[in-house]
Ligand binder design. Structure first.
Ligand code: DQA
Length: 146
């Protein structure tokens, strides 16, 4: 299986950015550990991070026919981007929405997601572990639906 990991704005700042909220691990730490997990599960993992909404949309569009599943932490675009929602609907690739923090325990504006209702599932509040849980859930979903 081919799985795409997408990280949105400010996630390149992990480790530096509000460590009390997002933890001390850098994005490259998280991605390299996820690559190990993917290899041990015999799936291929690609990764894209961008601070630009249009680049995330293009990455999702280019996944059509190339990826079987998407793991996405859309960052603040979670709460703003109808365009990212439309891109995910357009390609119709199953995806899991991930947040390091428990978005429901923070400001009210973080409680609404433009993506959650069309996701296979949402994992939030478990820090970097959430990416591992999501990869595990994605592989299980792929093995049971195909
Ligand atoms: C986040 C939560 C979002 O509300 C925030 O804008 C982020 C990170 C998380 O991983 O907890 O950038 O997606």
């Amino acid at each position: 299986y081919r799985i795409l990991l997408v990280n949105g704005p400010n996630l390149n700042m992990l480790g530096v950015r509000e460590p009390g909220v997002y933890g001390n691990a850098s994005l490259s730490n998280i991605v390299s550990e996820l690559e190990c997990q993917a290899a041990s599960m015999n799936v291929s993992l690609s990764h894209v991070q961008s601070n630009a909404e249009h680049e995330l949309i293009t990455a999702v569009q280019q996944s059509l026919g190339q990826q079987d599943f998407i793991l996405i932490n859309p960052g603040a675009f979670t709460h703003t981007s109808i365009a990212l929602r439309d891109a995910l609907l357009a390609v119709a690739i199953p995806f899991i929405e991930i947040h390091l923090s428990n978005v429901h325990a923070r400001e009210a504006f973080r409680r609404h997601s433009y993506l959650a209702d069309i996701a296979r599932g949402v994992i939030c509040g478990f820090g970097a572990k959430g990416y591992h849980y999501a990869l595990d859930a994605a592989v299980t979903a792929l093995q049971t639906t195909k």
